[in-house]
Design a protein around this ligand. Structure first.
Ligand code: PRP
Length: 292
């Protein structure tokens, strides 16, 4: 298949991002924090970044994998679920730590269905036909697939399907439609993907490094504390750091000071554990950006 590479060496690096929906704001924030700020004029499909020669293209999330593979954009930000369903040839560069969701086989709350095998010969609605087909085949189950582009959750009540394969984030859509998860098929989050023969590979790497810095900064935080020297080994077990903790001497010889990165979502638990071994002056500092 002919790739859209002509003229790509002359043009700016292009990043395709979701044009609307929940993900579009999250992605714009992420790019902003990575120094890739832009202003979208009205419903324009293009925007130029302020300080770097990069062009942003606003696209449908489900078109981003194919447009990246075809070279219309060099980098794309979209759901790993859509990349998995897209089955196109591209490079997955980075998980962005946002947009986490799971794809699940869901059945009515009151249905007497206890395993996927119970769905043999029945109707399953989904927007993820390829993933669903493969997964059911692995379980030796054949169904009539109803392929849709959205609103999958109402297909049982419409009488179109006996079960659905849909994304679940908070679970409120399932609850509202009296559905329950029978089995989880996969977990996904938002990813950065890259065309396999991107013209400006150095610039693409720069973007990846910038986004990586923001993702790490959002995932980790910095803890500093003092601890009695004879409890240091325990403290290092609690806060092993990203690579290893920094330990400094204090004027008072029997104490030392420790600095270590910890996962943000574990901070409170870690602080409590440090306190329980006699650590004091435990201070958390936000990391706004970093390169490791
Ligand atoms: C997605 C998905 C579910 C819902 C899950 O739909 O298809 O319906 O979100 O989220 P929840 O578990 O937090 O309720 P989306 O809003 O993207 O629209 P769609 O139905 O058109 O796919």
């Amino acid at each position: 298949m002919k790739k859209l590479r002509s003229g790509s060496a002359e043009r700016m690096l292009r990043i395709g991002i979701p044009s609307k929906g929940r993900l579009s704001e999250v992605v714009a924030d992420l790019l902003h924090d990575a120094g890739l700020s832009f202003r979208r004029i009205s419903r324009s499909l293009f925007a130029r970044c302020r300080d770097v020669p990069v062009e942003i293209v606003f696209l449908r999330t489900d078109d981003i994998p194919i447009l990246t593979a075809e070279g219309a954009i060099d980098l794309g930000i979209t759901g790993a679920d859509l990349v998995a369903e897209g089955r196109v040839d591209l490079i997955e560069r980075l998980s962005l730590g946002v947009g986490g969701c799971r794809l699940a086989l869901c059945v009515p709350d009151d249905a007497e269905i206890t395993s996927p095998e119970n769905l043999q010969g029945r109707r399953v609605a989904t927007s993820f036909p390829k993933i669903t087909q493969d997964w059911l085949a692995q379980h030796g189950v054949e169904v009539h697939l109803v392929e849709l582009s959205g609103s999958v959750e109402i297909m049982v009540s419409l009488g179109v399907a006996d079960a659905v394969v849909d994304l679940v984030e908070t679970g409120s859509t399932l609850a509202a439609n009296r559905l329950r998860v029978l089995e989880e098929i996969g977990c996904y989050e938002t990813v950065l993907v890259q065309n396999k023969s991107v013209a400006d590979a150095d610039m693409a790497d720069r973007i990846v490094r910038r986004l990586q810095g923001v993702v790490i900064a959002r995932t980790w935080t910095l803890l500093e504390y003092n601890v009695p020297r004879d409890r240091l080994a325990e403290a290092e077990d609690i806060t092993p750091g990203f690579n290893s903790p920094t330990v400094s001497a204090l004027e008072e010889n029997s104490w030392c000071s420790v600095r270590a990165m910890v996962r943000r979502n574990e901070t409170h638990k870690i602080m409590e554990r440090l306190e329980s071994i006699g650590a004091s002056a435990i201070i958390e500092t936000d990391i706004s950006n970093c390169r490791l």
